[in-house]
Write a protein that binds this ligand. Structure first.
Ligand SMILES: NC(=O)c1ccc[n+]([C@@H]2O[C@H](COP(=O)([O-])OP(=O)(O)OC[C@H]3O[C@@H](n4cnc5c(N)ncnc54)[C@H](O)[C@@H]3O)[C@@H](O)[C@H]2O)c1
Length: 336
């Protein structure tokens, strides 16, 4: 088992990676915590032992569970259970659970400790690390949230064996992103090494830019996500998050080439990585360009600079503002 660290001064925390890592949960629970509220979903099926008196709260499956009403129900449940400021919330699940449990922990009693046992590949390499927690509103995804760093994260690679194949592949979509964020040789690594390498990259990025303040650092973790989010939030494209990101990665590469920032070989590398993980690299049938363009214009990275993307270039990935709509539309047409 590996122990990595997210270095954030007094808010630093360990990330345990490897088969059986869930058995290390007790080591990250603060000794003052006498109660633990375990937040999970019906299909997760991962038992944990926090070492404290624990009660399990089961939330619904899917994006609809990432809501203010789930957080309200959880907080009421925590109060009935007698959870105090000294106690802990433990999220056991994928990104939906870690986002909701993290946000409930951030607001209950104005903030109680949270630890995550990440049980999807996507949560292990991305969602559970970095302290972004939140829920959706009818008006949009992740519109309400907080930065609330966990006291520890557990990435037990053993529990991934029960993941439905499509969920596993969705995690590979986020993994593919790291190949372009400077993690070499991912595709050839054993699972444990690959997860640890992604965690290391995310930890380093978060440590350098905890609150995503600049246009570098944490913003680069959105590589492939501008089109990815647009595909997820418009139409009914039946794409999991990582699948949408995979299409977004190839789109971003083609857009960078369209703008003369990279050459054909680098575009081909994006295709190789994405298809190597058996992920989609073209737009879903019937994709509506105008709707996608409008959704990309509303992306949260946009701060008045027009259409904004994380794009590859001679100096690696960077945030590029003011990308012409014609270039975006031409690239969408290439991807059909
Ligand atoms: N906070 C962040 O930094 C961040 C980053 C990326 C994504 N996210 C969020 O993560 C969410 C997506 O997360 P996800 O892809 O993990 O999906 P998910 O949480 O919906 O999990 C997918 C499905 O797998 C089930 N499951 C989980 N673990 C299992 C296991 N070991 N065996 C069998 N089934 C299991 C879940 O119950 C669920 O049905 C999105 O809401 C996204 O916004 C957050």
């Amino acid at each position: 088992m590996r122990e990595l660290t997210v270095n954030l001064g007094e808010r630093s925390y360990p990330v345990l990676v490897g088969p059986g890592a869930r058995h290390g949960l007790r080591s990250v629970v603060p000794s003052r915590s006498t109660r633990a509220a375990i937040v999970t979903q019906p299909g997760v099926g991962v038992d944990v032992d926090s070492g404290a008196e624990q009660h399990t709260f089961v939330i619904d499956d899917g994006e609809k569970a990432k809501s203010m009403s789930t957080v309200e129900e959880l907080c009421s449940g925590f109060a009935e259970f007698g959870l105090t400021r000294a106690d802990i919330v433990v999220g056991v699940g994928g990104g939906v659970v870690t986002d909701v449990a993290g946000f409930a922990a951030a607001v209950y009693h104005r903030g109680v400790a949270v630890a995550h046992v990440a049980t999807t590949l996507l949560a292990q390499v991305d969602a559970a690390i970095g302290g972004k927690a939140g829920v959706n509103l009818p008006e949009g995804k992740n519109l309400v949230g907080a930065f609330w760093q966990p006291v520890g994260v557990i990435c037990d690679t053993e529990v991934l064996s029960s993941l439905p194949p499509r969920e596993y592949r969705s995690g590979l979509g986020e993994m593919a992103k790291y190949a372009f964020l400077g993690v070499p040789g991912l595709a050839e690594m054993e699972l444990e090494d690959a997860v640890a390498s992604c965690v290391e990259c995310k930890a380093r990025t978060v440590a350098g830019d905890e609150r995503e303040t600049g246009t570098g650092g944490r913003a680069l973790l959105n590589y492939g996500h501008t089109l990815g989010h647009a595909l997820e939030t418009t139409g009914n494209y039946d794409l999991r998050h990582g699948e949408a990101v995979a299409v977004g990665l190839v789109f971003a590469a083609r857009l960078a080439r369209q703008l003369g920032r990279i050459g054909d070989e680098r575009v081909a590398e994006h295709y190789r990585v994405v298809s190597g993980y058996d992920l989609p690299s073209s737009l879903p049938r019937g994709a509506d360009f105008a709707t996608l363009l409008a959704a990309m214009g509303r992306d949260k990275k946009v701060t008045g600079g027009g259409l904004t993307f994380v794009l590859d270039g001679p100096a690696g990935l960077e945030v590029v503002q003011g990308v012409p709509a014609e270039a975006v539309l031409a690239t969408l047409a290439e991807l059909q």
